[in-house]
Design a protein around this ligand. Structure first.
Ligand code: SF4
Ligand code: SF4
Length: 162
């Protein structure tokens, strides 16, 4: 496992939910620095008592994906897999630097993944999310309704037009 080092970018990009018996509560929205992030010393001021979501999170670069140029502080992108509940797994590509989602690498990888029938989501700093669904895979009406209720834009590949 790699060290995060000077990177704290998931403390900016990601929304953080707290799960309890009472339900799901948003404790930090996407695209906003967490109030507990110390960006001078690159650390979490709650560490080691930060919540379980943060404690267990590792982006794909930290897990070993790509070389040093894929470090989020360099690429401006954070990759991870969303695999909760019965939802179809999707690769999420988070915008950690404005405009990074328009790179040629992102377009190429999106194309490869969708042709391999893998769902891909672009997660913008604004909080907007676009879910790309491979043309050959049927998204259930129930799942579509959930995404649309959350304000997610759904696009069917190959109609990539962003
Ligand atoms: S984005 Fe990855 S490398 Fe950066 S702080 Fe989060 S887990 Fe660490
Ligand atoms: S609680 Fe700590 S690890 Fe979690 S987002 Fe905030 S600063 Fe980052």
């Amino acid at each position: 496992m790699r060290e995060c080092g000077d990177c704290t970018l998931c403390c900016l990009t990601h929304h953080i939910w707290e799960m309890s018996r009472a339900g799901k509560k948003l404790i930090k929205p996407a695209g906003v620095w967490c109030e507990h992030c110390d960006n001078i010393n690159h650390r979490c001021t709650l560490y080691p008592n930060h919540n379980i979501v943060c404690r267990t999170y590792n982006c794909e670069w930290r897990e070993g994906f790509g070389d040093e140029s894929f470090k989020p502080t360099k690429s401006g992108l954070i990759l991870d897999w969303h695999r909760t509940g019965s939802a179809t797994p999707r690769l999420q590509i988070w915008e950690a630097r404005e405009g990074a989602l328009t790179s040629a690498w992102v377009k190429r990888e999106t194309d490869i993944l969708l042709r391999s029938r893998v769902f891909v989501a672009y997660m913008y700093l604004s909080g907007k999310m676009i879910l790309f669904v491979p043309r050959w895979v049927q998204l259930s009406d129930e799942a579509s309704q959930v995404y649309l209720r959350e304000g997610t834009e759904i696009k069917t590949y190959p109609a990539i037009d962003i």
